[in-house]
Design a protein around this ligand. Structure first.
Ligand code: NAD
Length: 362
């Protein structure tokens, strides 16, 4: 008997969806009729409001399905602006009921870093895939608990490392895997901006503030991605020029990394200085990006005259679409929880080094 192509394809889609969501009855109930995954944003501050929600109007594999907020007035504004039904609006108290909502496939945690662990774990327990903003969490122990919760619930955990989805950074990453100018000798990596705010969680230790987790992960990623290696030791120095604002956390961090191949990195990050560049010196040439971690327009060049200039429509939309594609196809994420953990392991060593004033092995 001949099977019609249309029937075959539809059977394939259903079988694929069933396989994808097997072990997760909450998602299994909804997956088969979906072409786009529903995302609920948790925390409607700057990044959700100005970048993620607008990007979710451009995505092809996901859409803004719900919100989680502690501020009723924000719920009203978002509901009207993005036509979000009441049943998809949660607060921090009733958030766990999201488990019963088939519209929501992914919870995207966009809260201060100290809250990431709690909301990632709660989302995983609710049977939802999770996207979590950087820095993954303040400690290695937090990151490990988050990874464990997601793997126990058989859901995926992606870190919001938008730059790893950017073809300009990917061009630098490629030079580590396919050397064009020989081995990496030295990386110089900087990421910072002048933050004029005086009373924000970025200045509050208990909420996971401090520049190292915030802009510092971009400076660190510049070095890790350009070498394609994990650092083995670090020497760091923390400082501030505004002690009246940065009472609990550092305004600036400078850190030097040693890599197993012998490559070295000199990295800087600051809430007091506008800087954003990456220079990689190889045995026989160089590559640089400036800016290296902007939302738009990262660009650079190589010593042989090659331009690194890949314009993209929207970085966050690309990130979310690629992460959703990995969920839909059951393939590997570009930046899973383990990648966030790799950074936080180094960040912990950086703080140890700055406090002790000596080199710390990682
Ligand atoms: P923000 O201060 O603008 O927003 C934080 C949100 O958390 C607000 O909606 C606030 O109401 C809510 N919140 C709940 N409990 C809170 C508490 N106890 N204290 C403070 N806020 C509380 O911050 P943001 O800039 O949107 O950053 C949120 C997350 O997104 C952080 O992890 C940050 O590092 C990340 N982020 C990532 C990028 C990126 O390019 N990937 C850019 C900006 C921010």
């Amino acid at each position: 008997m001949q099977i019609e192509r249309r029937d075959f394809l539809s059977t394939l889609t259903l079988a694929g969806a069933a396989a994808l969501f097997s072990g997760n009855p909450l998602l299994a109930a909804t997956a088969q009729k979906k072409e786009k995954l529903g995302i609920a944003l948790v925390g409607l501050g700057y990044y959700s409001t100005d970048l993620l929600a607008p990007a979710l109007q451009m995505t092809e594999k996901c859409y803004l399905a719900g919100i989680v907020t502690g501020t009723p007035a924000k719920a009203e504004t978002w509901k009207a602006k993005y036509k979000i039904p009441d049943k998809n609006i949660y607060n921090y108290q009733n958030f766990d009921q999201i488990a019963n909502n088939p519209d929501i496939d992914i919870v995207y945690v966009v809260l201060p870093p100290s809250m990431h662990r709690e909301y990632v774990v709660r989302a995983a327990k609710a049977g939802k895939h999770v996207f979590c903003e950087k820095p993954m969490a303040p400690s290695v122990a937090d990151c490990e608990a988050m990874i464990k919760a997601c793997s126990s619930s058989k859901v995926k955990l992606a870190i919001g490392y938008r730059c790893q989805h950017d073809p300009n950074i990917q061009a630098i990453m490629k030079l580590a895997k396919e050397p064009k100018f020989g081995k990496v000798k030295m990386v110089t990596s900087a990421a910072g901006y002048f933050d004029a705010r005086t009373d924000h969680w970025k200045q509050n230790k208990a909420l996971g503030g401090g520049v190292m987790g915030d802009m510092g992960v971009y400076a660190l990623q510049g070095a890790r991605l350009a070498t394609g290696e994990e650092p083995i030791s670090v020497f760091a120095q923390a400082s501030t020029t505004r002690p009246e604002i940065y009472k609990e956390v550092e305004e600036t961090m400078m850190f030097m990394l040693d890599f197993p191949s012998g490559a070295k990195a000199s990295c800087q990050t600051s809430f007091g200085i506008n800087m954003n560049h990456l220079q990689v010196n190889y045995e026989k040439g160089w590559a640089k990006l400036e800016p290296q971690s902007g939302y738009n327009g990262n660009k650079g060049s190589m010593s042989d005259g090659t331009l690194i200039q890949f314009p993209i429509k929207n970085q966050q939309a690309k990130q979310m679409d690629e992460d959703c594609d990995a969920i839909l196809r059951s393939t590997d994420l570009i930046a899973p929880g383990e990648e966030g953990l790799r950074d936080i392991r180094v960040v912990e060593a950086i703080y140890k080094s700055a406090a002790a004033g000596k080199v710390i092995k990682i």
